[in-house]
Design a protein around this ligand. Structure first.
Ligand code: NAP
Ligand code: MG
Length: 503
C-alpha cells in the first residue's frame, strides 16, 4: 500500500535535473561546498531511499556566510537601495515561486513526503503569497513625528521623530514540516524590512530551500543579502545562534531546541524570536454543526500527518456528542488514503524521517502502556517508508504522556467534558504550550467567551489551520516569543530609533 506506486506523477525533467546535480550552498552570491568537504544523505521518506546529498555546513561555513551577510548589510547594496526597489525584488520572489510552482510542489512531495495535492494547493501558493504580502511593507515602514512632553529649556523648539530600521544580520533556522513555507515566513519579512540573512534549512528537507535560493538570485537579491546553508542543528545551527556578528536569531522548531537558542544568544544578547511546539486544544461543544466539526476536527490533527506545531492534538468533546464525534473522526481516518507524496491520490504521506517514525510509534506504545486505547489506527503502516496510521486515542487521562507531550504525528487524544466554564477552560489551558486552539459551536456567545479565555496565540472558530500572510501567528507561554506574519512580524525585523532635534 505504501511503497512507490505506478500512479506517481512523473517528475518534470527540470526537477529530475535539480535533484541529480551536486548540491552546494549559497554564500556571498556563490554556490560553494562545505569547507570540510562533508555531505549528508537526503532521503525519500516514502521509500527510505537516498535521493540526493547536501553539504554539511559547520562553523567555518557559518563564519563565511555571516561575513557575507555583514558586508551586504554594512556596505550595501541591500541597505542602500530604495524601499520600492526592495519591495519589487521581494514581490518578484513570489512571482518566480508561482512560475515554478509544479517543480517546487514535486520537490516538496518527494523530500518531505507530503501529498503533492497539498503542496500544490497550500505550501507553494502560500509561500508566494507571503513574499508578496511582505513586499508591500517595504514601502510602509513609517516612523512617527512626536511632540515632546516638556520643553527642556525655556522657549526651545524640538523636532522629534522615530525611524524604523532593519535589525541587521538575521540568523534563521527552520524545521522540516513545511520546508518552503517556513523559509518564506522568515525570509519575506526579513528582506522586506531591509535585513540580510543567514538561513539554515532543516537537514531532513534541504531541497526546496536550495531551489528557492536560486529563485531569489534570479529575482535580483544581491550577493550576500541571503545566504542559505544546509546541515545539522548542532554543527550548523548552533554556530549561527551563537555568532557574535549576528544581530538577531529567528527559530522555528521544538521547545527544547528553542531553549538552546536562547542560551546561545546570550553572548551578544542578540534579539530572539521563537516559534515552538504546541499541544493545542480543539473543543467541540454539543451544539456544533457536526457536518463541519467532525471533518474539521479530523483535519485539525491529520493535516500534514499531524506534523504541525498548531495541530489540534487534544480533542475535548462535550459528553452529549462524544461517541458521535469520536466515531465520525475514526470513520474519517479509516478512509484516508496513505501513500507516497508524489501519488496525486495520496491524502496522507509518510512521516518525514525514521527518527520521527520512531518517536511517534514510541508515543503510541507509551500511550497503550498507560491505558489508552486506539479507536482507530495505532500502528505503523506497511512498506519501507515511514508511515503511521491516523490514530484516535480514547480512554486517555490528562496526565498521560500522550496528552501532555507534543507527538508531532497523526495522533489525537479524545476526552469528554461536561462543564464549559470551569472544567473545560482549566483543562484546555493546562499545558506549558499556548500556540493554537479550535472551537466548534453555533453559539456565538460561547465562541467568543472561549476565544477570550483560551491562552493561545490563535483561536480558530468553526475552522482550523487557517493561515494567512496577513494574520499574525505565534505562541503564548512556552510556544514562543514574538509573532510571525501580519503587521506584527515587522516588530521582529525592525529596530525603532528615536531622533530628537533641537531647532
Ligand atoms: P528541532 O530539533 O527543534 O529542529 C528544528 C531546527 O533546529 C532544525 O533546522 C534543526 O537542525 C535545528 N537545530 C537542532 N538543534 C539545534 C541546535 N542545538 N542549535 C541550533 N539549531 C538546532 O526539531 P526536529 O528534530 O526536527 O523535531 C523534533 C520535534 O520538534 C518534533 O517532534 C516536534 O515536536 C518539534 N517541531 C516543531 C516544529 C514547529 O513548527 N514548531 C517543527 C519541527 C519540529 P536539524 O536539521 O539537524 O534537525
Ligand atoms: Mg532534528
Amino acid at each position: 500500500m505504501c511503497a512507490t506506486t505506478a500512479e506517481e506523477v512523473e517528475l518534470e525533467s527540470s526537477v529530475r535535473a535539480f535533484i541529480d546535480k551536486p548540491h552546494q550552498m549559497l554564500i556571498g552570491g556563490q554556490w560553494v561546498p562545505a569547507e570540510s568537504g562533508q555531505t549528508f544523505d537526503v532521503f525519500n521518506p516514502a521509500t527510505d531511499e537516498v535521493i540526493a546529498h547536501a553539504q554539511s555546513a559547520a562553523q567555518p561555513d557559518v563564519d563565511k556566510a555571516v561575513k557575507a551577510a555583514r558586508q551586504a548589510f554594512d556596505d550595501g547594496p541591500w541597505t542602500r537601495i530604495s524601499p520600492a526597489e526592495r519591495g519589487r525584488i521581494v514581490w518578484k520572489i513570489g512571482e518566480l515561486i508561482m512560475d515554478h510552482q509544479e517543480e517546487l510542489a514535486q520537490l516538496e512531495a518527494l523530500d518531505n513526503g507530503k501529498p503533492i495535492s497539498i503542496a500544490r494547493a497550500a505550501d507553494v501558493p502560500l509561500a508566494a503569497e507571503l513574499f508578496q504580502y511582505m513586499a508591500g511593507w517595504a514601502t510602509k515602514l513609517n516612523g512617527e513625528q512626536i511632540g515632546l512632553t516638556v520643553p527642556y529649556a525655556p522657549g526651545s523648539e524640538w523636532h522629534a521623530y522615530t525611524r524604523r530600521e532593519p535589525v541587521g544580520v538575521c540568523g534563521q533556522i527552520i524545521p522540516w514540516n513545511f520546508p518552503l513555507l517556513m523559509a518564506a515566513w522568515k525570509l519575506g519579512p526579513a528582506l522586506a524590512c531591509g535585513n540580510t540573512v543567514v538561513m539554515k534549512v532543516a537537514e531532513e528537507t534541504p531541497l526546496s530551500g536550495l531551489k528557492l535560493a536560486e529563485l531569489m538570485q534570479e529575482a535580483g537579491v544581491p550577493d550576500g543579502a541571503v545566504n542559505i546553508l544546509t546541515g545539522f542543528g548542532e554543527e550548523a545551527g548552533a554556530p549561527i545562534a551563537g555568532h557574535p556578528d549576528v544581530d538577531k536569531i529567528a527559530f522555528t522548531g521544538s521547545t527544547e531546541v528553542g531553549r538552546m537558542i536562547v542560551d546561545a544568544a546570550r553572548g551578544n544578547l542578540k534579539k530572539v524570536s521563537l516559534e515552538l511546539g504546541g499541544k493545542s486544544p480543539n473543543i467541540v461543544l454539543d451544539d456544533a454543526d457536526m457536518d463541519k466539526a467532525i471533518p474539521g476536527a479530523a483535519n485539525a490533527i491529520f493535516f500534514n500527518h499531524g506534523q504541525c506545531c498548531a495541530a489540534g492534538s487534544r480533542l475535548f468533546v462535550h459528553e452529549n456528542v462524544y461517541d458521535q464525534v469520536v466515531e465520525g473522526i475514526a470513520d474519517y481516518a479509516r478512509n484516508i488514503k496513505l501513500g507516497p507524496g508524489l501519488d496525486p491520490a495520496t491524502q496522507m504521506g509518510p512521516l518525514v524521517s525514521r527518527t520521527q517514525l520512531e518517536r511517534v510509534t514510541g508515543y503510541l506504545e507509551a500511550g497503550k502502556k498507560e491505558g489508552a486505547r486506539a479507536a482507530v489506527g495505532g500502528e505503523r503502516a506497511g512498506g519501507n517508508g515511514y508511515f503511521v496510521e491516523p490514530t484516535v486515542l480514547v480512554d486517555v487521562a490528562d496526565d498521560m504522556s500522550v496528552s501532555q507531550e507534543e507527538i508531532f504525528g497523526p495522533v489525537v487524544t479524545a476526552t469528554k467534558f461536561r462543564d464549559m466554564d470551569d472544567e473545560l477552560i482549566r483543562r484546555a489551558n493546562e499545558t506549558p504550550y499556548g500556540l493554537a486552539s479550535g472551537v466548534w459551536t453555533q453559539d456565538i456567545s460561547k465562541a467568543h467567551k472561549l476565544a477570550s479565555r483560551i491562552r493561545a496565540g490563535t483561536v480558530w472558530v468553526n475552522c482550523y489551520n487557517i493561515f494567512d500572510a496577513a494574520l499574525p501567528f505565534g505562541g503564548y507561554k512556552q510556544s514562543g516569543w514574538g509573532r510571525e506574519m501580519g503587521e506584527q512580524v515587522l516588530d521582529n525585523y525592525t529596530e525603532t530609533k528615536a531622533v530628537a532635534v533641537s531647532l
